[in-house]
Design a protein around this ligand. Structure first.
Ligand code: ADP
Ligand code: MG
Length: 373
């Protein structure tokens, strides 16, 4: 390390402008590092995917993920600094994913970030992965308005939030079982399309008919902003059992297109239901599933019709990346969050995070007349 310091805690830095921020993300199967500048603009965004390691198992193997992060993290960080044309001594702070995620995978990023922070004598801040995804809505759209509704749709989460100006995120609805990305991944597995399933279904569905098969769409009550995808998944399983002969390519395309349509229509309906209930006119849709081409088309069409401001990140910021972690960490530091070398990973997430549950209010308590389907 060429610019050492013996500082462990950084009480004086809280609430100050952090300057250049290095973000590190290792919660799942992407090893990622990024640098953002003093205005929050992305200078570099490096992601090393482990798909080739896990695809033969049809899903992520936690121990293999942790080992791969260990082997990759140093070069991914070096690459991010090189692309940003920044020396590590110029960094003002480090933001690292604290959770939720795979404990072993998170530990690699956290230990690396702590060592770098200690060596450089700069603050380190832990970031909730969901807050990172939420921050991605502003990476390429710095002036997107707040308050707004945020739909987080990833492999592990399908959550609807109201983002407040003070940084709080109030949970309005969430999946009761599988996440939307999980529904894509499991559906693709059943259709023999491999892993990761979302991009595979997206690709195959382009030549299929989304109206060919009617799959169930979860509603959960007139005012509910909750989601459920387990019934849809079972429905696909039963449809496949009815087909005795091997699936022809056009059958796979029709099944994929119809299955995808059922997922994305529910996402769009609930997101616009939340806008109506909260009387807001700005919607951000983030997380891996926001890369889905059909979802992006439907959201853009509906937003144009309803005159809703829409922010869907560019594809590179939809799936896991470190630019979003750096952006969320920068916001936390600027709001006065205390950096801490003593923090640990939180594989189940952080109950005290500003990504919060509603205060005694169930999303189904809304009494306003509205139908979303
Ligand atoms: P995590 O859940 O680890 O935060 P990501 O935010 O990277 O993961 O999202 C990964 C999920 O996004 C996976 O379930 C993947 O199938 C899904 N996904 C990625 N691209 C697409 C796409 N084009 N269409 C639908 N789903 C997608
Ligand atoms: Mg993610």
């Amino acid at each position: 390390m060429d610019c050492p310091s013996d500082q462990l805690e950084f009480p004086g830095s809280a609430g100050l402008h952090p300057g250049l921020v290095l973000g590190i993300e290792s919660s799942c199967d992407e090893t990622a590092a990024a640098v953002i500048n003093h205005e929050g603009a992305v200078l570099s965004n490096v992601v090393s995917s482990q798909v080739s390691i896990h695809e033969k198992f049809g899903g992520i193997v936690p121990e293999l993920a942790a080992r791969a992060h260990l082997g990759l993290i140093d070069q991914v960080v070096a690459q991010a600094l090189l692309q940003a044309q920044v020396s590590k001594c110029e960094l003002g702070a480090i933001a690292v994913t604290q959770g939720p995620g795979l404990a072993g995978a998170l530990l690699v990023g956290m230990s690396y970030a702590k060592a770098l922070s200690y060596g450089l004598g700069i603050p380190i801040i832990g970031v909730n992965h969901l807050q990172g995804h939420i921050a991605s809505a502003w990476l390429a759209n710095l002036t997107f308005p707040v308050p707004c509704i945020v739909l987080v749709v990833s492999g592990g989460h399908t959550h609807l939030y109201r983002q407040e100006i003070d940084g709080r995120c109030v949970l309005l609805g969430r999946t009761r079982d599988d996440a939307a990305g999980e529904a894509f991944d499991k559906g693709a597995q059943m259709l023999g399309l491999g892993y990761p399933g979302g991009p595979a279904i997206d690709r195959v569905a382009r030549s299929g008919d989304p109206g060919a098969i009617v799959f169930p769409r979860f509603r959960g009550g007139k005012y509910s902003l909750d989601f459920s995808f387990s019934g849809l998944k079972t429905s696909l399983l039963y449809k496949l059992r009815e087909i005795v002969a091997p699936l022809a390519p056009d059958q796979v395309a029709n099944l994929a297109a119809s299955y995808q349509e059922a997922i994305v229509q529910v996402l769009v309906a609930k997101a616009f239901g939340a806008l109506e209930q909260e009387k807001l006119a700005a919607l951000a849709v983030v997380g891996g599933v926001s890369a889905n081409s059909r979802l992006r088309v439907l959201l853009n069409e509906r937003a144009a019709l309803a005159r809703i401001r829409l922010s869907i990140p560019p594809i590179e910021y939809c799936t896991d990346n470190a630019a979003m972690i750096a952006a969320a960490g920068r916001q936390l530091l600027m709001r006065g969050e205390r950096p801490s070398m003593g923090m640990d990973v939180r594989s189940m997430g952080d109950p005290t995070s500003s990504v919060m549950e509603p205060h005694g209010r169930e999303s189904s308590d809304f009494k306003k007349e509205a139908t979303y389907f």
